[in-house]
Design a protein around this ligand. Structure first.
Ligand code: NAD
Ligand code: DAU
Length: 348
């Protein structure tokens, strides 16, 4: 039985990747390694609890000894690395946590696989999941390609860029069989409500103001999270060693237009008068160093490996809104505790 270790599997994207691998590959053993920080939640995976090919290991990627123990125990031949501090606003108030988890944690993992695999690299793969934010910010025109020079501009993107560089350095220096992907903004079920889409949906539900940073004309390319998981599956199995693949939804929205679209969907779902949620929109202080626009050219992945996004945005946003309305217990749980203090501080 092939063993794949997935880090950050209790988080938003990781939980979709774990579910896809556990259900699609019953002959793989999937080990989910996660520290269960504020962003990690085993409720995201409760439907997998009875699966015989799924194992959870609570561990911090900063703890090299614990990593060595887990790698010895499970002997994975593949690693898909998603564990990270992922929220830009938090990186602005606490950059050190991002350096620790995203940079040091990634190097710890690289060392753990090197120690386990040694020179026996046949059939081995280390997959590093990264972000389009490493490429910096675009003007009105243009797309990020795999050869766009790195220009990270927030502590989060700087830490992800550093981790990407370490992964490539291990490929060149030690011939570690790595593959990387850089993806645009994801959305869908289980998204932690500190991020724009679930925060807006939750605030509309509660009739709270909808904070839009700056002039609201910042632009993101939104990808359905299950399409990201399917891209990861494709790249993990078919991607070429040492290569990087950009993943995007070809689905650009200015924040203000996206927020208005969510208002209209929620008015319909909640049977409120059309236009009522839009009145909650409030322009607030901008994010420091806010990147203006991200947009991805994913033609390499589409042409070389045959992947393409499946979800239409209108349908995806509606499904997401419905999911949050139908999963109140999940939302109440993640909104309790630490999140309240974070929200007060961020939006005071
Ligand atoms: P998330 O914040 O929802 O989840 C992160 C997970 O990592 C959590 O389960 C958390 O408990 C775990 N984790 C954090 N620190 C850890 C540590 N020290 N040791 C072990 N586990 C730890 O993040 P996400 O949005 O699912 O993002 C997953 C990955 O995808 C990240 O690497 C992120 O940079 C990348 N990414 C995210 C997006 C996006 O739109 N969310 C887009 C492109 C790339
Ligand atoms: O591009 C990929 C990245 O997308 C990932 O690497 C990150 O992990 C992920 O968090 C996301 O980063 P963003 O900063 O783009 O996502 P966020 O949801 O925080 O913000 C999306 C846009 O909405 C951004 O322009 C900031 C704006 N925004 C965000 C919040 C939380 C607001 O206007 N108001 C808000 O309250």
């Amino acid at each position: 039985m092939k063993t794949i270790l997935i880090t950050g599997g209790a988080g938003f994207i990781g939980s979709h990747v774990v579910r896809l691998f556990v259900t699609k590959y019953p002959d793989y053993k999937i080990v989910n390694l996660d520290a269960l920080t504020y962003a990690g939640n085993l409720e995201n995976l409760k439907d997998l609890a009875d699966k015989s090919n799924y194992i959870f290991e609570k561990a911090d990627i900063l703890n090299a000894e614990r990593l060595a123990e887990i790698f010895q125990k499970h002997q994975p031949s593949g690693v898909i690395h998603l564990a990270a501090e992922s929220h830009v606003d938090r990186s602005i108030s606490n950059p050190i946590a991002f350096v620790e988890t995203n940079v040091l944690g990634t190097v710890n993992l690289l060392n753990a696989v090197r120690n386990l695999w040694g020179d026996d690299l046949e059939g081995k793969r280390f997959y590093h999941v990264s972000t389009d934010e490493v490429y910096g910010s675009l003007g009105e025109e243009g797309l990020f390609t795999e050869s766009t020079p790195y220009d990270p501009r927030s502590p989060y993107s700087a830490s992800k860029a550093a981790s990407d560089h370490f992964v490539r350095a291990y490929f060149h220096t030690y011939h570690l069989p790595v593959v990387l992907s850089n993806c645009s903004n994801n959305y869908g079920p289980h998204h932690f409500p500190e991020k724009l889409i679930p925060l807006i949906i939750n605030n509309i539900k509660k009739n709270k103001s909808l904070p839009v940073y700056g002039d609201g004309k910042y632009t993101r390319d939104w990808l359905w999270v299950k399409d990201h998981a399917s891209a990861i599956d494709t790249i993990f199995h078919k991607g070429r060693s040492g290569e990087t693949y950009n993943i995007g939804g070809n689905n650009e929205w200015k924040n203000i237009d996206l927020v208005k679209k969510l208002c209209d969907i929620m008015d319909e779902l909640l049977e409120r008068p059309a236009g009522s949620s839009r009145q909650l929109i409030t322009f607030v202080k901008d994010r420091p160093g806010h990147d203006r626009r991200y947009a991805i050219d994913s033609s390499k992945l589409q042409q070389e490996l045959g992947w393409e996004p499946s979800m239409k945005s209108e349908e995806g946003f509606r499904e997401t809104a419905k999911w949050y309305l139908e999963n109140e217990a999940w939302l109440d749980h993640v909104l309790s505790g630490e999140y309240q203090a974070y929200y007060e501080q961020q939006y005071k």
